[in-house]
Design a binder for this molecule. Structure first.
Ligand SMILES: [Zn+2]
Ligand SMILES: [Zn+2]
Length: 340
């Protein structure tokens, strides 16, 4: 079958032929409907050897949905043909983090589909049975984006639900792929006023269409506009989906005392935590992906129509075109690569 693989670090990924995989014990073979493209893939393609801990080669694609097409021994409690989405990161199921429902931080697996293990940019992929969530009525060609963009946004927002009461404000920096999902999750799960910040007027307009209440261009007047938008008190929560030094600094200046700042984007910015650099009792957290429960819940949100799965569909042959569109910021919905 065809698969888009990172053969070794320091070299761009390639479209190659590999043998079709068979599911082992506790595993299921998923015929991929479509896999979503993520900026992480671009980081992998450009990374020098040693930058990431994952052994090569592996097939890219960590936003995977499709249909169950073969069932390994011990994984029988699932039906052939069932539409499913896969939790991307691997988890053991028995460590302290896994049994407490925090399997996204399982210390025994620093890898997953499309990062260190074969992912969904292929016709088929093997997935542990315990990582699959049924899709019911959702279109499997669009639903893969829930496994990274959707779950990451949902997980970051879920932690804030108790804080984002009526009258509160949440600032979303970078309402692109994951940030746009966060705007929708905030709208569906909280009553906060949503303020979006970006350098792109088109992305701001899209965020307003998805439910943002106020859109601010990231320019010299941004700090003053954010202060004015919160009566000088700062925002109860700030979600930074970019994570560069400039956006991290903006996030810390925009937050209120007792507020929360999530640095979701891995742009290399550093938050200096000290007296005077962070508002009093403000928490800073670095959420990564989400749990199986988060995936079930964000699937349910999408099924109920409370979040939209905007997608731009590309064929497998258009993969490089799709990555170019992602790189240039030209996409409106998630780039979904539809498998033959
Ligand atoms: Zn991703
Ligand atoms: Zn574990």
């Amino acid at each position: 079958m065809k698969a888009y693989r990172l053969l070794e670090w320091g070299r761009p990924p390639e479209l190659t032929e590999v043998p079709s995989p068979r599911p082992g014990p506790g595993e299921v073979l998923v015929k991929v409907a479509a896999a979503g493209l993520c900026h992480t893939d671009l980081h992998f393609g450009a990374a020098p050897p040693g930058a990431f801990p994952y052994p090569t080669p592996f097939t890219l694609g960590h936003e995977v949905a499709g249909w169950v097409s073969d069932i390994g021994p011990g994984a029988e409690a699932i039906e052939l043909g069932l539409p499913v989405v896969a939790l991307a990161h691997s988890w053991c199921g028995s460590c302290r983090n896994c049994v407490s429902g925090n399997e996204n931080y399982c210390p025994h697996h620093d890898s997953g589909l499309g990062f260190g293990e074969d992912g969904g940019l292929a016709e088929c992929v093997v997935v542990p049975r315990h990582s699959l969530v049924p899709l019911n009525d959702l279109d499997p060609r669009a639903a893969g984006q829930l496994a990274c963009a959707g779950i990451t946004a949902y997980h970051a927002v879920k932690r804030l639900v108790g804080k984002l009461v009526p009258g509160s404000t949440c600032v979303v920096i970078g309402p692109g792929g994951i940030g746009a999902m966060a705007v929708q999750c905030l709208k569906a799960m909280t009553t906060a006023r949503i303020v979006v910040v970006d350098v792109s007027p088109a992305r701001l307009a899209y965020a307003v269409e998805l439910g943002a209440d106020l859109a601010l261009l990231a320019d010299d007047s941004l700090d003053g506009e954010l202060a004015a938008a919160t009566s000088g008190l700062g925002a109860e929560a700030v979600l930074d989906f970019v994570g560069t030094q400039s956006t991290v600094d903006t996030a810390l200046r925009a937050a209120a005392a007792l507020g929360s700042v999530a640095i979701v984007g891995g742009g290399g910015g550093v938050a200096k935590v000290s007296w005077g650099t962070v508002p009093r009792e403000c928490e800073i957290y670095i959420p990564q992906n989400g749990t199986l429960t988060d995936l079930r819940e964000v699937v349910a949100l999408a099924e109920s129509g409370r979040i939209r799965l905007d997608s731009e569909l590309f064929s497998f042959d258009q993969l490089e075109t799709a990555y170019d569109a992602l790189r240039s910021g030209a996409l409106r919905g998630r780039a979904m690569v539809v498998m033959p």
